[in-house]
Design a protein around this ligand. Structure first.
Ligand code: HEC
Ligand code: HEC
Length: 282
C-alpha cells in the first residue's frame, strides 16, 4: 500500500480512484452476502420444481394442493368431470350440470347405480369412461363428484364427507332414497315417459335424426347447434311441424310424423325428448 501510495502521490485523481475502488469492493462484498441467501432459495425452488416435474401424471393434472383421496366433489368436478358435464359442455349425451331435465332420469336410477356407472363406466347413447378417465381418483372422490353434480341438477343426496370412512357412501345412498320420497315420484314418471319417447325415437325418427345421421338439414340428436334455432321457435311450433311435416328455408324434408303411425301425443313426447337432449327444458 505504501509503495502504491508513493508512486501515485499528489494526484487528486488518486483519491478519487481509491475511493471508487473501496466503494466497489464494499458493493461486491455486500452483494455476495445478499446473494448467498438468495442462491439457497433458488436451490429450494428448483428442488420443488423438479419434484413437480417428476410427479406421476395424475397428481400433476389435479395439482390443487389437496391430498389424494381427500378431494371434494367440486374439486374433482372442476378438474375432471367438467370436460363433459359442464353446463355448456358440447359432449353429446352427457347429462350437463344444472340441466335438471338431463339429470332427472339419471337421478331416478338411484345413487348406487350412478356410483357404479361413474366408477366402472357406462355406455348408453354416449360413453361415460370409468372415473371419467382419471384413474388416479379414489372411489370416494368419484362418488363425491357424482353427488355434487346430481345435487346441482335437481338431486338432493346427502353430501359424502371429504375423507370420510369408506362405508359412508353406502349409508348415504340409503338416506338419499328415504329423504327423497317426494321428488323421486316425479322423476320416476319423467323417466318412464322419457324411456317410451326414447324407444319411439329409435323406431321412427332415428333414421334421420341420429347423432351421426347424414340426412341433409335434419337436426341431429344431442347437437345443440342444430337444435338451438329450432328450439327458439317454441315447442308448439316444433310439435306442429313434427306432426304435420315441415320444409325449412334450406329445403329439407321432415315428413308428417316422420312417416310413422305414432299418435300426436307420442310425437310430442319424442320432440320433447329430442329438444331436451339438446339443452331445451320443455
Ligand atoms: C370424456 C367425457 C366424460 C368425462 C370426463 C366424464 N363423463 Fe360422466 N358421462 C359422460 C357421458 C357421455 C355420459 C352419458 C353416457 C350415456 O348415457 O350414454 C356420462 C354419464 C355420467 C353419469 C350418469 C350415468 C348413468 O348411469 O346414467 C354419471 C353419474 C357420470 N357421468 C359421472 C361422471 C363423473 C363423476 C365424472 C368425473 C369424475 C365424469 N362423469 C366424467 C362423459 C364423461
Ligand atoms: C325421412 C327423414 C326424417 C324422419 C324419419 C324424421 N324426420 Fe324430423 N326432420 C327431418 C328433416 C330433413 C328435418 C329438417 C327440415 C328442414 O328444416 O328443412 C326435420 C326436422 C324436424 C324437426 C324440427 C322442425 C322445425 O320446425 O325446425 C322436428 C321437431 C322433427 N324433425 C321431429 C321428428 C320426429 C319426432 C320424428 C319421428 C317421429 C322425425 N322428425 C322423423 C327428417 C326426418
Amino acid at each position: 500500500m505504501n509503495s502504491f501510495k508513493n508512486k501515485q502521490q499528489g494526484s487528486a485523481l488518486t483519491n478519487l480512484v481509491g475511493g471508487i475502488a473501496i466503494l466497489g469492493i464494499s458493493v461486491f462484498l455486500l452483494a455476495k452476502l445478499a446473494n448467498s441467501g438468495y442462491s439457497a432459495d433458488v436451490d429450494l425452488v428448483t428442488e420443488n420444481a423438479t419434484a413437480t416435474r417428476i410427479m406421476p401424471a395424475g397428481n400433476l393434472k389435479l395439482g390443487d394442493g389437496a391430498e389424494p383421496g381427500q378431494r371434494t366433489g367440486k374439486q374433482v368436478f372442476d378438474k375432471v368431470c367438467f370436460q363433459c358435464h359442464a353446463a355448456d359442455s358440447s359432449t353429446a349425451f352427457s347429462p350437463k350440470m344444472t340441466h335438471n331435465a338431463d339429470w332427472a332420469p339419471r337421478i331416478a336410477k338411484g345413487l348406487d347405480t350412478l356410483f357404479n356407472s361413474a366408477l366402472h363406466g357406462f355406455t348408453g347413447q354416449g360413453n361415460m369412461p370409468a372415473k371419467g378417465g382419471a384413474t388416479d381418483l379414489t372411489d370416494d372422490e368419484v362418488k363425491r363428484a357424482v353427488v355434487y353434480m346430481a345435487n346441482n341438477s335437481g338431486g338432493s343426496f346427502p353430501e359424502p364427507v371429504a375423507g370420510g370412512a369408506a362405508s359412508a357412501p353406502a349409508s348415504a345412498s340409503g338416506a338419499a332414497v328415504a329423504g327423497q320420497a317426494e321428488p323421486e315420484k316425479n322423476t320416476e314418471v319423467a323417466a318412464a315417459d322419457d324411456g317410451q319417447a326414447k324407444a319411439n325415437f329409435e323406431k321412427s325418427c332415428q333414421a334421420c335424426h341420429a347423432a351421426n345421421s347424414a340426412i341433409p338439414n335434419a337436426p341431429k340428436l344431442g347437437n345443440k347447434d342444430d337444435w338451438a334455432p329450432r328450439i327458439a321457435q317454441g315447442k308448439d311450433t316444433l310439435f306442429k311441424h313434427a306432426i304435420e311435416g315441415f320444409t325449412g328455408a334450406k329445403g329439407g324434408v321432415m315428413p308428417p310424423k316422420g312417416g310413422s303411425a305414432l299418435s300426436d301425443d307420442e310425437v310430442k313426447a319424442v320432440v320433447t325428448y329430442m329438444a331436451n337432449q339438446a339443452g331445451a327444458k320443455f
